[in-house]
Design a protein around this ligand. Structure first.
Ligand SMILES: O=C(O)CCC(=O)C(=O)O
Ligand SMILES: [Fe+2]
Length: 294
């Protein structure tokens, strides 16, 4: 298929059409070169965490803390994740409501009805041999895997993944892969059956790259992949030397709780604009005032 690349001057109706039809679009040149340089410099400055994973973190367990950022890995093969990356260099704060995508996020999640929040933010760095297995699909009865309101057809996307490529991601680089249109699939992807062939797993153990119907999403540095988390996706195994670098922000309705519930530091809270604060903490803690009489 022709990948649904879109540009800043692409007709908004056309972008809606492509997203509704396929479940994803790729925004060309969405992030500026200075912003990319700032993110890559942060990665370079913390490279020690990537190259010494054994000492630094374990599968799905807690890791090392860099200020309020935590390192971890989901499966080992998926590489090093810097969780809560918004508290890194200032560029990561600006990405929270980046003008290239926040309007689309607000429209497709349906801000008026649902508000918008960030479910998870991370930088992922993945070396040779790394990959992520096949997961998700329209068959899963999960609250954040909605796409449209059934009766009226209004947008009601439960989660939108926004991946910024920090370097070019081409063949052999372990690109994200997905099955176009599978957010509407009523039955699981064939690669999700395990054991007796009747049990459906959440995520397959092998790379998603060569699985039936998958397409590789190639991107140049600064391009942004936007896809509904409902779509069946994963990544190809990286066969090239070196590392894939990307940043992932997952947006959801304000009703969906944060995945790990990292609490913003007071310093970071002060640095955010009110619009960013509303995305990071859409429902403020409600407490009896400290001096209130009981
Ligand atoms: O690592 C990748 O390319 C896929 C990431 C992924 O599964 C996600 O964004 O939900
Ligand atoms: Fe995923």
């Amino acid at each position: 298929m022709d990948l649904p690349y879109v540009y800043p001057d692409t007709d908004p109706y056309e972008i809606d059409y492509l997203f509704e039809l396929n479940g994803f679009v790729i925004l060309k040149g969405a992030v500026s070169k200075p912003d990319l340089a700032e993110m890559n410099a942060w990665a370079d400055d913390h490279w020690d965490y990537v190259t010494n994973p054994g000492q630094r973190f374990g599968p799905s367990s807690g890791g090392q803390w860099i200020g309020n950022i935590e390192t971890h890995t989901y499966s080992g093969e998926d590489g090093c994740n810097f969780q809560n990356i918004i508290e890194g260099a200032d560029v990561f704060r600006r990405l929270i409501d980046h003008p290239s995508w926040i309007g689309l996020v607000r429209k497709w999640i349906n801000d008026a009805a649902n508000g918008v929040s960030l479910h998870e933010t991370l930088m992922n760095i993945r070396g040779k041999g790394g990959f992520i297995g096949i997961h998700c699909g329209g068959h899963i009865p999960c609250t954040y895997m909605t796409f449209r309101q059934a009766n009226t057809g209004e947008w009601m996307v439960g989660q939108i993944n926004v991946i910024t490529a920090l370097r070019d991601i081409g063949p052999g680089d372990g690109p994200t892969t997905l099955v176009p249109g599978s957010h509407k699939a009523a039955i699981p992807h064939p690669g999700l059956f395990v054991g007796d062939g009747k049990t459906v797993t959440y995520r397959s153990d092998g790379p998603a790259g060569k699985a039936r119907g998958m397409v590789e999403l190639h991107a140049e540095a600064g391009d942004v992949l936007m896809f509904t988390d409902t779509i069946t996706h994963g990544s190809a195994a990286r066969t090239n030397d070196g590392y894939r670098r990307m940043v992932l922000y997952r947006y959801s309705p304000r009703w969906v709780r944060s995945r790990f519930n990292y609490q913003p530091t007071p310093e970071f809270w002060e640095r955010m604009t009110p619009a960013q604060q509303a995305i990071i903490e859409p429902i403020r803690p409600r407490q009896k005032p400290a001096m209130a009489k009981v």
